[in-house]
Design a protein. Structure first.
Length: 307
């Protein structure tokens, strides 16, 4: 049976490199990006480089939960199974901002969006029989302030970014435990410093240092794909890898009370357990996936009543 692989954040950097490596397999690759023009260019480049006719470009703004719901609904309608999901998309912001849903931008984009997307696709990953989820993150010692997850009372950019990376790891460990004996494995991966646009909003010194000490993303992408596809990792679950080696999560990340609390709060903030018609106020998915809009999915231009 043909394989279906998926990776988010493919506009540049690591995500684009991962998409390229996955496309080399010749299997179906769902590539997700926020910017439609950039996405079209990336799809063209990968198609030309690999001659893979099975690329499925999807547009989604992971900071917008309606956009995420639309993407999940479209994919559920199109695919009976998904073999690999790589949550790679992420942002860094120097100043505090909020999303259309009212959540702090980094927490929403780096954690809540991937949480909801993964939640919606769990049935399709289990249908694979051997689904793999890989969450791209980084080592972080920043503990989550559950009383101020949105940084409304106290905000520093590096602390908020570190908290979102901790959330990625805590989410990975909790999901891995929930997926035991389902055939789905869940692991985290730290790519190291790779050249990307994620720090474009940082101060000039941080951008310069990041660029000087970063490596091209090709090697890290190959490691991610090895973790996603190689038989040697088929039984790995709830692990944190970097450069082929296992890293030890902090005691805080391993705390099951923290894991369960973040899960429950994330369910509440994203309304993940609720299913049904949804729409994206920006039209990002609806406009670019018109032919695949399933019955019941509301496009912004069609919704004249509910706001």
């Amino acid at each position: 049976m043909d394989k279906v692989y998926m990776v988010t954040g493919v506009s540049s950097g690591l995500g684009k490199a991962i998409a390229l490596e996955l496309a080399k397999t010749g299997e179906t690759v769902i590539i997700v990006a926020r910017n439609a023009d950039r996405a079209a260019q990336v799809e063209k480049e990968i198609s030309a480089a690999t001659q893979n006719p099975n690329l499925d470009m999807q547009i989604c703004d992971l900071s917008n939960l309606s956009s995420v719901r639309n993407l999940g609904t479209v994919l559920i309608s199109r695919y009976n199974k998904i073999d690999v999901l790589i949550n790679n998309a992420g942002v860094y912001r120097q100043t505090r901002g909020t999303t259309i849903d009212g959540y702090e931008t980094m927490f929403a984009t780096n954690h809540l969006g991937p949480f909801l997307l993964t939640y919606m696709l769990m049935d399709r990953l289990m249908a694979s029989g051997s689904g793999r989820i890989i969450n791209i993150t980084a080592p972080s010692t920043t503990e989550l302030n559950f009383d101020d997850l949105q940084g409304e009372h106290s905000f520093t950019s590096l602390t908020a970014f570190g908290a979102s990376k901790m959330a990625n790891l805590v989410f990975t460990l909790e999901l891995a435990r929930r997926m035991e004996n389902t055939g789905v494995t869940v692991n985290a991966f730290h790519p190291g410093l790779v050249r990307s646009s994620i720090m474009k909003d940082a101060t000039s010194p941080i951008r310069l240092l990041s660029w000087l000490f970063s490596a091209p993303p090709t090697r890290a992408a190959q490691e991610v794909v090895r973790l996603a596809l190689s038989p040697e990792f088929q039984d790995a679950n709830g692990k944190f890898f970097s450069n082929g080696k296992e890293l030890a999560p902090t005691a805080y990340a391993l705390d099951q009370n923290v894991q369960q609390r973040l899960w429950e709060i994330s369910e509440k903030l994203t309304k993940a357990p609720e299913q049904g018609p949804n729409y994206d106020p920006t039209g990002s998915v609806a406009l670019y996936n018109d032919k695949d809009i399933p019955e019941g999915l509301i496009r912004p231009e069609d919704d004249q009543v509910r706001k």
